[in-house]
Design a protein around this ligand. Structure first.
Ligand SMILES: C[S@@+](CC[C@H](N)C(=O)[O-])C[C@H]1O[C@@H](n2cnc3c(N)ncnc32)[C@H](O)[C@@H]1O
Length: 220
C-alpha cells in the first residue's frame, strides 16, 4: 500500500498526485522495493512519506534556497532523496537513523539518483547524534520523521541549530486524526506538541492537512 492522505478518498488522492509533478523511475522503484519489503514483513510501507509530500518537500527545499539540511528518520531513503534533489550541487543533507538495514536500501537509491555525494548518513540514536552537533546556526531545512515521542526534544535541539528563517518540517502531526482522541503515547506526544508549538513565539507555525499532517515551523 502506498501512503496517502487519510483525509482524501482514494480517487481524490490519485487526482492530487496526477495534478502534481510525477515521481520518476528511481522514486517509483524505491516505493516498489519498500512495498515488497513490507509484504515480506521486513518494514512497514506506511512509514514512507506519500509521493505528493516528497514532491512538495523537494519544491520547498529549492524554493527556500536551502543549502544545508538535516533529516531525522531516514528509513529506506525516499524523503531524503526528495530533499537532496532540491539542494544545489554543493548542498548537503545529514541523515540520522538507527537502522543499518533500512538505510542500506537508501544508499543504493541515492547512488542511482546521483545525489549520494550530497548526503551523509549517521547511524545511531538520533537525539544523541543531534546533541553532539555544534549548537550553531547550521541548517536551513530540517525534516523530522522518527519516533513520535522524541519530536519535542528534536524540535528543542534543532532550534539553536537552524538558521534564521530556517524551516523545520514535522511529519505525521495529525496521526490519522488521533490527535483529537489520543490512543497511545505517540498520539499524545503529537497532540501536546501541536498545542505547544501553536503558542511558541520562537516559531511561526502552520500545520498542513497533507498526507498524515505536515507541520512547517519557521525560526523567527
Ligand atoms: C517513519 S520512518 C522514516 C521514513 C522516511 N522519512 C521515508 O520517507 O521513507 C522512521 C525512521 O526513524 C528511525 N528511528 C526511529 N526512532 C529513532 C531514533 N530514536 N534514532 C534514530 N532513528 C530512529 C527508524 O529506524 C525509521 O527508519
Amino acid at each position: 500500500m502506498t501512503p496517502r492522505s487519510f483525509l482524501l478518498s482514494p480517487e481524490l488522492a490519485d487526482y492530487v498526485r496526477a495534478s502534481s509533478d510525477p515521481v520518476d523511475d528511481v522514486m517509483a522503484d524505491l516505493i516498489r522495493e519498500t512495498a515488497e519489503m513490507a509484504a515480506r514483513g521486513e518494514a512497514s510501507a506506511t512509514m514512507q512519506i506519500a509521493p505528493e509530500q516528497g514532491v512538495l518537500m523537494r519544491l520547498l527545499t529549492t524554493a527556500l534556497g536551502a543549502r544545508r539540511a538535516i533529516e531525522i528518520g531516514t528509513f529506506t531513503g525516499f524523503s531524503a532523496l526528495c530533499i537532496a534533489r532540491g539542494l544545489p550541487e554543493d548542498g548537503s543533507l545529514l541523515c540520522l537513523d538507527r537502522s543499518e538495514e533500512w538505510t542500506a536500501v537508501a544508499r543504493r537509491y541515492w547512488e542511482r539518483a546521483g545525489v549520494a555525494g550530497r548526503i551523509e548518513l549517521r547511524i545511531g540514536d538520533a537525539l544523541t547524534t543531534l546533541r553532539g552537533l555544534p549548537r550553531a546556526e547550521t541548517f536551513d531545512l530540517a525534516f523530522v520523521d522518527a519516533d513520535k515521542t522524541g519530536y519535542a526534544a528534536y524540535v528543542e535541539e534543532l532550534h539553536p541549530r537552524m538558521s534564521r528563517n530556517g524551516v523545520v518540517l514535522l511529519d505525521n502531526t495529525l496521526r490519522g486524526g488521533q490527535v483529537l482522541e489520543p490512543r497511545d503515547e505517540s498520539d499524545r506526544a503529537l497532540a501536546e506538541l501541536n498545542t505547544a508549538l501553536a503558542r511558541d513565539p520562537r516559531w511561526e507555525t502552520a500545520l498542513l492537512p497533507l498526507a498524515d499532517g505536515l507541520t512547517l515551523l519557521r525560526k523567527r
